[in-house]
Design a protein around this ligand. Structure first.
Ligand SMILES: [Zn+2]
Length: 274
C-alpha cells in the first residue's frame, strides 16, 4: 500500500457539537501522518495524544486540545488518507450532519494523491482486548473485518449487529449519523454540553420513537455509526489494522485503549508489520 494525502486544500466550516461555537477547518496535503494544528501548536493524531474519550475523542498536548475528531478520522479511513495537515480555528471539529459523509464528499472533490511512501498495515500475532464482560472490543489475528454489536433498552434502538468487511464504506457506513437518547441530550444540555446538537446533526431517540421527522437513513443506523466511530478511533494507529475486530457495546474509551495497546506493542517491536 501507499501513503495517501489530500491532493489540494479543503475548507470546512460549521458548528461544534458540544460548545456550539463556530469552527473552521483547513485540510492540506501532508507527509508527516495526520497532524492537527491549533493556536500554532501541532498535535499528531496518535493514541498517545488522546486526552479525553468520555463523549468523543479529544487529542491534546497539555496546552491545547481538539475535540470530536472521530468522524473526520473515520472519513480519512474511508478515503485511505494517511497524511494530512489540519488547521483548526475554534475548539471542536464541525459536526456537520453528524455523519462522515460531508467530509468524504469534500475530500473527493479535492482528490487524493500518493505521496511516494509505503504504508504497511499492522498485522497482529496475538489477541488484544479491552473492556470486561459487559462491554469490550477485541482484535484477533486474521484478515480485516469489524463486527459491532449494541443493545439499548429503548425499543427504537434495541439490539443491532453489523458486520463490516471493509467494502462500501461510503455507501454503508459514512452516512450513519451520531445518535443519542432524549434524556441524555437533556442531561448534557444541563451540563453545558451538546449546545450545537439538534435533530439536524443527530438521531434522537425517545423510548419507542425516533424524533427526527425524516426518520432513519438505515434501519440499523445506530450500530453503523458505532462502526464509523470505531474505524475513526482505530485510524489513530496511522496505518490500516489488518485484524478480525469484534466490539460489543464498546465506547470511544475502549476503542482508544485497544489502539493504545496495539500502538505500544508495535513501538516495542513485538508485532509484525507489513
Ligand atoms: Zn460518532
Amino acid at each position: 500500500m501507499e501513503r495517501i494525502s489530500p491532493a489540494g486544500e479543503v475548507i470546512i466550516e460549521g458548528t461544534g457539537l458540544h460548545r456550539g461555537g463556530k469552527a473552521v477547518l483547513a485540510l492540506r496535503p501532508g507527509s508527516c501522518g495526520i497532524v492537527f494544528t491549533k493556536d500554532g501548536r501541532r498535535i499528531p493524531a496518535t493514541p498517545a495524544h488522546v486526552v479525553d474519550t468520555r463523549l468523543n475523542t479529544t487529542i491534546g498536548d497539555g496546552m491545547v486540545s481538539v475535540s470530536t475528531i472521530e468522524h473526520l478520522m473515520s472519513s480519512f479511513y474511508g478515503m485511505g488518507i494517511t497524511d494530512c495537515e489540519i488547521e483548526l480555528a475554534g475548539d471542536e471539529i464541525p459536526i456537520l450532519d453528524g455523519s462522515a459523509l460531508p467530509y468524504v464528499r469534500l475530500l473527493e472533490e479535492a482528490g487524493t494523491a500518493a505521496i511516494g511512501a509505503r504504508c504497511d498495515p499492522i498485522r497482529i500475532s496475538s489477541v488484544f482486548r479491552s473492556g470486561n464482560g459487559d462491554s469490550w472490543i477485541e482484535a484477533r489475528p486474521g484478515p480485516f473485518s469489524l463486527t459491532y454489536e449494541i443493545g439499548f433498552p429503548e425499543p427504537a434502538i434495541g439490539e443491532q449487529r453489523f458486520h463490516f468487511t471493509g467494502e462500501h464504506y461510503r455507501e454503508e457506513i459514512a452516512p450513519a449519523r451520531t445518535f443519542g437518547r432524549l434524556q441524555d441530550v437533556e442531561m448534557m444540555r444541563q451540563a453545558g454540553l451538546a449546545r450545537g446538537g439538534g435533530l439536524h446533526n443527530a438521531v434522537v431517540v425517545d423510548h419507542r420513537v425516533i424524533l427526527n421527522p425524516e426518520g432513519l437513513r438505515f434501519p440499523d443506523e445506530c450500530v453503523r455509526h458505532k462502526v464509523l466511530d470505531a474505524l475513526g478511533d482505530l485510524w489513530m494507529l496511522g496505518v490500516p489494522l489488518e485484524a478480525e475486530i469484534h466490539a460489543f457495546k464498546a465506547s470511544h474509551a475502549l476503542h482508544i485503549d485497544l489502539a493504545k495497546q496495539i500502538f505500544e506493542a508495535c513501538a516495542s517491536g513485538g508485532q509484525e508489520r507489513g
